[in-house]
Design a protein around this ligand. Structure first.
Ligand SMILES: [Fe+2]
Length: 404
């Protein structure tokens, strides 16, 4: 008795299914669709499988991950990038119109070499360095990205945030939580320089970037800036005494949610606070640190980004640590080196560098005086989406879960 032929026997098999799919894809592409012909090929190995200090994630292979880009460890040397600010300022002084008039700002933005020319230093953080000549004004506006200024100049310039005037000084951190009206300017005799940090790339990815420039509040004489309602030092007087919170006013600033009302941290206060803790053991992976927090609830100052100051004492070496979050650093004082995935990145004052997620890193103060780093990390965002993890290596090489 013969066995009936099955469909498999009579139907011709495709010569190559993938090729057939690709041919179909070529035809379908005009409809802006892509027929899946590849499996997922994630870039990262499993978090808990350690492949050594120098191992880093690879780019994902194939179409599924084709548009993925990876943040690279990188350092921007101040001695290389700083002079461009002088050249921008020179153009502003000597040309028919100041760049601030047609470009909104006189600044350069840092681009991470791993991110294909995008205006970002990590997947979540944009960093610019701005110069304001005497008389320059950045008009009052409000936007969705959270932003901050880290002041590099000794003195000069100001930022107004929701009516609070913040006179800028070296090492200050001035915050503009999303949804707060703010403007910048320089009433002083010399040009001023500061670093702008924003969660712009994240908001861009979320398609949530918008700006409002129609300020309806009281304006200062020149009409492009808001009037000062609170003198310099206002938020410090309200919130500067740790553990004590004024009970007679609202802590809401602007129209944003979850932003901090503590707008202005002075560099001198930060430095004094670090000095006061210099005798403590500190953390083996981070040395002596101060986290900048929303005084109302103790949360990071922004829902997306956390800010921290770190003191490394002369000769101090931290242990290796890695996190699922990415961090940008500014060297505010001293000199040292940070090893990232086995590569050494030396830094001096005003140098900026980034430690991408997943990479082992440690800091070393190579100088004979204190070193101070300011760090901005997207760890709060990673925590909120349930993905924050951290590991440390003890000196004998044992890997320990710090946040599992
Ligand atoms: Fe702004």
């Amino acid at each position: 008795m013969s066995i009936a032929a099955t469909d498999d026997d009579v139907m011709p098999k495709p010569v190559n299914a993938r090729e057939a799919m690709e041919r179909l894809n070529a035809e379908a592409s005009k409809f802006n669709i892509w027929l899946r012909t590849q499996a997922n090929a994630p870039a990262q190995r499993a978090w808990f499988r350690d492949a050594g200090i120098e191992a880093s994630g690879a780019l994902a292979a194939g179409r599924v991950g084709a548009n993925q880009m990876k943040t690279a460890p990188h350092r921007w040397r101040w001695r290389e990038i700083g002079p461009y600010l002088d050249r921008i300022a020179q153009i502003a002084r000597n040309c028919d119109v100041s760049p601030i008039e047609f470009a909104d700002r006189q600044q350069f933005l840092l681009t991470n070499p791993g991110l294909g020319g995008r205006l970002q230093v990590t997947n979540t953080i944009r960093c610019a360095v701005s110069i304001y000549n005497p008389g320059d004004i950045a008009p009052v506006h409000l936007h969705t990205p959270n932003a901050s200024r880290t002041i590099l100049s000794k003195n000069g310039g100001y930022t107004m945030v929701e009516g609070e005037r913040c006179e800028a000084g070296r090492g200050d951190i001035i915050l503009t939580p999303h949804g707060t009206w703010h403007d910048h300017g320089n009433d002083d005799a010399d040009a001023v320089v500061w670093i702008d940090v924003l969660d712009f790339p994240l908001m861009e990815f979320l398609d949530c970037v918008w700006i409002d420039e129609e300020f309806h509040g009281e304006r200062a004489g020149n009409s492009r800036a808001q009037a000062a309602k609170h003198p310099d030092g206002y938020s410090g007087r309200l919130y500067g005494a740790g553990g004590m919170l004024p009970g007679f006013l609202s802590h809401q600033r602007g129209i944003g949610r979850h932003g901090t009302p503590m707008i202005h941290y002075r560099g001198t206060d930060i430095r004094d606070a670090l000095a006061g803790l210099a005798g403590e053991d500190g953390d083996p992976y981070e040395a002596v640190t101060l986290d900048f927090v929303n005084p109302v609830n103790g949360a990071p100052v922004f829902p997306t980004l956390a800010y921290r100051a770190q003191l490394l004492r002369p000769g101090e070496e931290t242990r290796l640590k890695r996190e699922t979050a990415s961090t940008m650093y500014v060297a505010i004082e001293g000199s040292g080196t940070t090893e990232i995935a086995g590569r050494r990145f030396d830094w001096d004052e005003n140098d900026i560098f980034v430690v991408p997620n997943f990479l082992w890193r440690r800091h070393i103060n190579t100088g004979t005086s204190d070193a101070v780093l300011y760090a901005v990390t997207d760890a709060p965002l990673m925590e909120k989406v349930g993905q924050y993890r951290a590991q440390g290596r003890t000196n004998d090489g044992t890997v320990a879960d710090l946040v599992a």
